[in-house]
Structures are given as C-alpha cells and as structure tokens.
Design a protein around this ligand. Sequence first.
Ligand code: HAM
Length: 416
Amino acid sequence: MPRKIAGVKGMNDVLPAAVWRWQEMERVAREVFALYGYGEVRTPVVEPAALFVRGVGEATDIVNKEMYVFEDKGEETLALRPEGTAGVVRAYIEHGCHVEGLQKWFYLGPMFRRERPQKGRYRQFHQIGCECLGVLEPGIDVEQIAMVDDFLSRLGVKAELRLNSVGDAECRPTYLQDLKAYLNAHRAGLCSDCVERIERNPLRVLDCKVEGCQPVLANAPSLLDRLCQGCRTHFAAVREGLEALGIAHRVDPRLVRGLDYYVRTAYEFSSSAIGAQSAVGGGGRYDGLAETLGGQPTPGIGFALGQERLLLVLEAEGRPLAQARPSLFLLSADEAGARLAQRLAASLRKAGIACDLDPRGGKLSRQFKQAERVRARFAVVLGGNEAASGQAKLRDLDRRTEEAVALSELARRLAP
Ligand code: HAM
C-alpha cells in the first residue's frame, strides 16, 4: 500500500460538516459591509515578494521570518500573501482607482504565514478584511471601528477593543530616538528578543509579553505623550466619535501592530476566551502606504479579522450560528416510492425548497437515521399507496407530530 500523504502542517481542511459555520460568518460579513457601502475585491494569493518587503516592512516578523517566498522559474521572486492590505493597495494603484474618489473595499480569503502552529495560529489562515482609500478624516476611523463592532455583535462575538495612536512621520522619529535611548539604557532588564529588536524594530519591544521585561516596559516613554498636533487632534476626534456611538474602548499606549505601514490610529479586538492567540482582529491607518508602493499619496485605513479565531470564540462562548438545514427528507418504502421521491424532490427543489433523500434506499430505519444526520425538519415516507392516492403523512421531526398532506400541496406547505 502506498504511504498516505498528509496535508501541510498548520494548513487545515474545512469539511462540509463544519463549512456552514464559515459560510454563515461570511454571509453576515457581506450583509454588514453592504450596509456601510463596501464592495468586494478579489486579488491574487500570490504577489511579488517585493510588495510585502516594501509595504509591510522588511524588519517585521511577518516578512522577515514568516513569508513563503519562492522563485518563479528564474523570472521573479514571488510570495504567498501574508496579509491582504498590500495587495489591495497595489490593485488600487494599478487600476488608477484614485481618479474615482474614495474607495471602500472588502475581501475574504486565505493568508499564509510560516508561524509555529498552535491553537488559533495556523500557516494558512483566513481573513475577512476591509480597506478604505482616500479619506484622511477621523470620521472614517470611527465608522470602520463601528462596522467591526456591529459585525462582531451580530455574530455574537464578545471582544475588547484596544486603541492607540502610533504617530506619524512628524512625531514618531524623535520618539523612536528617545525610546531606543531608554531601552539601551535598560538592556539588562530586557529579554534577548527585546535587545535584538531595539535597533531593528523598537516599537515592537513595547509589545513583549515576557514577564521579566514588564518593569522596564511599564516605564518606557509613551508615544501618546509626544504626538504632534495633527496626530493628537486626530486621535481625540476618533475617541470622541467612538464615545458618541457608545463604543467601549480602552486606550492602550503600548498597543503596536506587527506591520510597519501603520500611522496614527491602530487598534485590536481581542477575546479572553481563546487563550494565547487572543487577537480576533486588528487594523489601523496607513496613510503613507500607497506612496511607498509607487502610487499617488493616498490616505488609507483598514482592518482584518481572523476567521479561525472568530470560530474559536463562538465555540468557546457556546454561541451556535444558525445552520441551514433541509426542509424535507423523502423516504422510500418500495420501488414505486423511490421513483415518486425522485420526481417529487426534483419539483420541490425547482420550487426553491431544500430537500434530501437517500438514493441507496433500503431499510426505513436507516433512511430515518440519514434524515436525522442531515437535520431535516420534516420527513415523508413514500410508497405504492402514496403514489396511488397522492396523499402522505408529513412528519415534523422537531415536534414529533404528523399531519396528512396532499403531495400536490407539499411545496406550498413547506414554503419558507
Ligand atoms: P494582522 O493583525 O496581522 O493584521 O492580522 C489580522 C488578524 O488575522 C489577526 O488579528 C488574527 O485574528 C488573524 N491572524 C493573523 N495571523 C494568524 C495566524 N497565523 N493564524 C490564524 N489567524 C491569524 C493584518 O493582517 C492587516 N492586514 C490588517 C489591516 C488591514 N490593517 C489595515 N488594513
């Protein structure tokens, strides 16, 4: 026997028994995003590696350590996308969309990061994301955060919102100098990862979770205290807007994100119900990204939510999503019944009624088991008698009741 071939570590299959949860989540996302005027964009899973090196940042773990990169037969160095924003902004630039005014786009799909797999952290994972290009005003920051909040509550996911401003090209450089000086002066109190990051990516040091580093980090200078006037005003307006909408948030001056493109607003939604990988989504502003990628200067803001993590939260909090189920299961007692079931199923499906049957036929008990497995709401048993009389008993499998129906009336009786 040939050896079995297993799937790639950290990349998961979603079988039909579980996929409806994904579909339901995606349906809610599409519904909510439409309410806010976002249209779907589909970009390739593979992009030039340079897009992420330049867009997300060479010094980030995502690009530096986790990106799947390969040579395309000596033509170009390509990468599996580790995130969606850079590709979306590339497409925006490539199609000259800036001439059409502000754009609101959403996307769904797989992303790839070669991380160490654990609960909530995979090498292929799926994001639901939105990007708005062309708006500098804080109103869009508020609207997007409200949209995420709306989506999460419709889904039944409870998450905490942490908010920060990471400054911009005016105030961040001097702050980084001060931060580096402070961290260098306190190297002895930092772990080796932190020390290694001081030069390369000092903001990320603030994000370190190692217990021993906390006293030094707690006293580190805060960027929030040193924002320039523009960033300060913007941040205040975002907070005010959220308060006006009653959206609870906590300002966290140590919130930094793992991607270099962020300026000003940065935020994360997290859940305490799913362990170490608690971020269910995050986002922020990236006003310089389009220019970095060779486009017109264009402000932008967006977010992405991890679908696997949302599902983990729903599981942990015991909130089932609504599952679609067949209305009717048609069972056949004999040959005539089997033929009738086939015909009836075809006409009911044409009428838009979801129905199912077991083409293997056989014992009624086995067919009932199958009806149960697919969670059908109603069942009818069809045989020679039903074929002759045009009448049958409709069993309500939830309520365990039954009623007589004319087969010609079934479509009307089961209409949603
Ligand atoms: P991110 O924070 O890197 O942001 O990822 C967003 C979400 O994707 C995370 O909060 C998490 O739920 C999920 N996620 C990330 N890595 C993994 C993984 N290895 N396994 C499972 N889930 C994961 C971005 O990607 C930005 N592009 C968001 C954004 C859009 N910012 C502006 N626009």
